[in-house]
Ligand binder design. Structure first.
Ligand code: CTP
Ligand code: MN
Ligand code: MN
Length: 500
């Protein structure tokens, strides 16, 4: 298709001769065929720009045909532009350059099509659909993780890793706002089915502030963030990161040790004034093993062990894998289980029974049992992110290689036939099961946003024990996680989609 020449109106009265000659602009750039998108630009500006381009020797197509090579738009909403382009569905769309007006103005100024740079490109923010599938409405990204589906596949790891370092650094300095902001930003990027390739692609995304965008830009440009690299080489950050990696050592203790001038594990262990509690002693004792990721096969083996321990005494007990492994993660830092029984009250004796049995088997390396302090009459709890009151225990177990299909996940050169693994057990009463399961499945960011959504959008209080409607002043019953999502007016999100 050729560009439409400007045809002058036919005039009845005689005029100077040259005005009646149909004028055809000379085409200088045969390989470039422009199409100007009228949306946002408006008809009259489009027509003006069309004439300008043609006068400079560009071919401008009137319709979006497959001949078009350069689509130019003033629409800054990438998602709605791309939705429209896909609805127009030219077959050649994947080969067309979709460009910002800045490319057009640069080209007009230069009097030739300038080389396309990333800053000119308007990136597609939608996942590509298989051929023949009907156009779907633009799924805008929710600011709540509980309204997003986040699998373990992270297309933006280079950015989210950087954000997590920044968040942790703010956490160590007890600066809560930016810490949360970076965690939220990381969570948004984790939910995307596409990789961010230019800053423009992030413009319609929620929870990304100036600081996060500056980090994204730096990484896009240089492949790394200098701010993050500075943190990673910072002595205080490195020391606190090392100390908090020990089971039983939190940011407070780490900070205290750091201020005393301690910098390494040997500094701590050599300091006679440092008293380690039982948990920390076990943390140091089994450091190599428990700082090593637990595999899915190891999680399954542990489930068999606990299953056997609980069913010998309580045949009707219910045991469910929760935490990261329920979200179908390949590796975890521990293995989390919920254990209960249909008979209300009987669940209280379950954990001591299991712990006893593991001890008799000689595989209990550490146990911290906390009896239930759960009292329904003390609900609802208005404190945000409070720990739950169910009976629970934090364990370190000895896992034999012979019990693990495919063998242990061990360090190279480690020839022992066993390893130590962290295990968490929680035992809520059966009528609280759905809430506990939802609360312990995580991820932490998913849980935070579920609670925030409940409070801000629904005037409800959600925690690991219950859901309370502040308007109706009543508790909402649930026997499954689906019931809870339904009470909140949320679409159900499967556990494997909660890796926010
Ligand atoms: N949790 C909780 N109360 C606790 C401990 C944990 O409600 N006392 C919840 C957390 O909110 C989290 C889930 O239990 O959502 C699992 O916690 P954790 O094992 O720390 O994290 P995972 O998501 O399982 O990650 P990992 O694979 O590293 O263990
Ligand atoms: Mn876990
Ligand atoms: Mn855990």
């Amino acid at each position: 298709m050729f560009h439409t020449p400007i045809v002058p109106r036919v005039r009845k009265r005689s005029k100077p001769a040259e005005a009646d000659v149909p004028r055809r602009d000379e085409v200088k750039f045969e390989d470039v065929r422009l199409y100007l998108v009228e949306r946002k630009m408006g008809r009259s500006r489009r027509s003006f720009l069309t004439q300008l381009a043609r006068s400079k020797g560009f071919i401008v197509e009137d319709i979006l045909s497959d001949e078009v090579t350069h689509v130019v738009s003033e629409d800054s909403q990438a998602s709605s532009l791309w939705k429209w382009l896909k609805e127009c569905a030219p077959k050649n769309l994947p080969n067309m350059l979709v460009l910002d007006i800045s490319w057009f103005t640069d080209s007009m100024r230069e009097g030739r099509p300038v080389a396309v740079e990333t800053r000119h490109c308007i990136q597609d923010t939608l996942p590509t659909l298989p051929e023949d599938s009907p156009p779907t409405p633009v799924a805008s990204v929710s600011p709540y993780a509980c309204q997003r589906r986040t699998t373990t596949e992270n297309n933006n790891k280079i950015f989210t890793d950087a954000f997590e370092v920044l968040a942790e650094s703010y956490e160590f300095n007890e600066i809560e706002g930016p810490c949360l902001a970076f965690r939220r930003a990381a969570s948004v990027l984790k939910s995307l089915p596409w990789a961010v390739q230019c800053l423009g692609a992030t413009q319609d995304l929620p929870c990304l502030g100036e600081h996060t965008k500056a980090v994204i830009e730096e990484i896009l440009q240089y492949g790394r963030s200098f701010e993050v690299e500075k943190i990673l080489s910072d002595e205080r950050y490195r020391t606190l990161k090392l100390f908090t990696s020990v089971f039983g050592v939190g940011p407070k203790t780490s900070e205290k040790w750091y201020r005393r001038g301690l910098r390494s594990f040997s500094d701590i262990l050599a300091d006679p004034s440092i008293h380690l509690n039982r948990m920390q002693q076990s943390g140091f004792l089994h450091y190599g093993d428990i700082s090593r990721a637990v595999s899915k096969a190891e999680a399954r083996a542990l489930k068999n062990i606990i299953d056997e321990a609980v069913h010998v005494i309580t045949p009707d007990a219910i045991l469910a894998l929760t935490g990261g492994f329920r979200r179908e993660k390949e590796f975890g830092h521990d293995v989390d289980f919920i254990v209960t029984t249909p008979e209300l009250g009987k669940e209280e004796s379950l954990l001591p029974i299991i712990i006893n049995r593991l001890k008799k088997q000689g595989i209990l390396l550490y146990s911290d049992y906390q009896a239930s302090t759960f009292d329904m009459s003390k609900l609802p709890c208005h404190r945000f992110e409070a720990m739950d009151h169910f009976a629970k225990c934090f364990l370190i177990l000895r896992l034999e290689g012979s019990q693990v299909e495919g063998g242990l996940h061990r360090a190279e050169g480690d020839s022992r036939g066993w390893r130590a693994v962290r295990v968490d057990l929680v035992s809520p009463p059966m009528d609280r099961y759905a809430f506990a399961l939802l609360g312990w499945t995580g991820s932490r960011q998913f849980e935070r946003d579920l609670r925030r959504f409940a409070q801000v959008e629904r005037r409800m209080l959600l925690d690991n024990h219950a859901l309370y409607d502040k308007t109706k002043k009543e508790f909402l019953a649930a026997t499954t996680e689906k019931d809870i999502f339904a009470h909140l007016g949320l679409e159900y999100i499967e556990p494997w989609q909660r890796n926010a």
